[in-house]
Write a protein that binds this ligand. Structure first.
Ligand SMILES: [Zn+2]
Length: 352
């Protein structure tokens, strides 16, 4: 009996030695992308925006609410460092591309700063209200044509949202506009929104706009920019790069882009996809499920399956984060969602 306290003390000493040894090991840093957002400590585990990206923020006068850049040959880009749009000045009037909810009401005054030609047309990139919910400010422009895909128009008629003007000119797959000596080529793509997306191309200005595709300097927004079709999203990069352009607008954040930005995002997206595919397809699911079932039993199939999806996500994030964290901003914010989007595609749509 007298031995017991001594033994306990010995065990405690061993234990504290073991935990000291553990603490002094360099522990692998948890990826920032797996930190939460629900406490100040968790938020501080995320990284600041890359300095190279921050250096390119547009200077926005808060009294005006937007900034403007002249891309040449009549094309002007607008941005409030959150959303982006553009317009084209021709000898016969102005064509506006999107009217974001945030600063759309200022677009007529922005146009008036560079030309006295009237606004003749408003083109919608897709249905989302953050990009066209400012169109109500164009309501009283006489003779305005509102141009969109037929499927976009059908959706907007059904929605009947007073902030999104109903299109007056629609088409199904492609349309070329000629106005005042300038050309605009509109082409249907399917990388983002259920009702279709437009590429907007002005060949004379080597300008391309593909909204909610590439966010220059950053990884794409959540779930590969909320894409409802990752298969089409994967093809989108080559579809963009098939155009000759110097300036590119992806619709969001703090800078416009070039073909280089599209190339980098293509590389990132393919890396996420291929990494998730390799890790998912390399996992021995039977053995993994059996291991989980040792703890919770075999009957909770939802939980066993969630454990598997979570493992592929964690392992993919841990591998991908170091490769990208210093190349694109926002890796720590959206990488897990990108991995999930790729995982859904790999597991349910893709071949082995
Ligand atoms: Zn959108």
């Amino acid at each position: 009996m007298r031995m017991l306290p001594l033994l306990l003390m010995f065990a405690a000493a061993l234990g504290s030695q073991a935990s000291f040894a553990q603490e002094s090991q360099p522990t692998a840093k948890q990826p920032s992308a797996l930190a939460g957002t629900d406490s100040p400590e968790a938020l501080r585990e995320h990284v600041p925006v890359l300095p190279a990206v921050r250096a390119k923020y547009w200077k926005i006068d808060p009294a005006v609410g937007y900034g403007m850049k002249d891309f040449g040959n009549g094309v002007y880009a607008l941005s409030d460092n959150g959303w982006q749009s553009a317009f084209l000045v021709t000898d016969a009037g102005v064509i506006v591309f999107d009217a974001p909810a945030s600063y759309g009401k200022h677009i007529p005054e922005a146009v008036a700063k560079v030309t006295n030609k009237p606004i003749k047309m408003l083109v919608y990139s897709h249905i989302h209200k953050d990009h066209i919910g400012g169109s109500v400010a164009f309501k009283n422009i006489p003779g305005l044509q509102v141009i969109a895909l037929d499927t976009v128009s059908d959706f907007l008629k059904e929605m009947n949202d007073p902030n999104r003007l109903i299109p007056t000119v629609t088409f199904n797959s492609a349309k070329t506009i000629k106005l005042g000596g300038k050309t605009v080529e509109l082409t249907r793509h399917n990388y983002h929104s259920n009702e279709g997306d437009l590429f907007i191309y002005v060949p004379e200005a080597k300008f391309l706009m593909a909204v909610d595709s590439v966010t220059s300097g950053y990884v794409p927004f959540q779930d590969f920019d909320l894409s409802t079709n990752f298969h089409q999203y994967l093809k989108m990069f080559d579809e963009i790069l098939a155009y000759k352009f110097d300036n590119f607008i992806g619709g969001h954040l703090t800078d416009t882009g070039t073909p280089k930005d599209v190339e980098v995002t293509k590389e990132y997206t393919n890396d996420v996809y291929q990494t998730v595919k390799r890790i998912h397809n390399g996992l021995n699911e039977r053995a993994f499920d059996a291991e989980i079932a040792k703890t919770i039993g075999p009957d909770n199939e939802f939980l066993i399956f969630k454990a598997l999806l979570d493992k592929v996500t964690r392992d993919s994030v841990a591998e991908l984060e170091p490769r990208w964290i210093n190349r694109l901003a926002g890796v720590d914010v959206w990488l897990p969602s990108h991995v999930r989007a790729a995982l859904i595609y790999v597991r349910w749509d893709d071949k082995k």
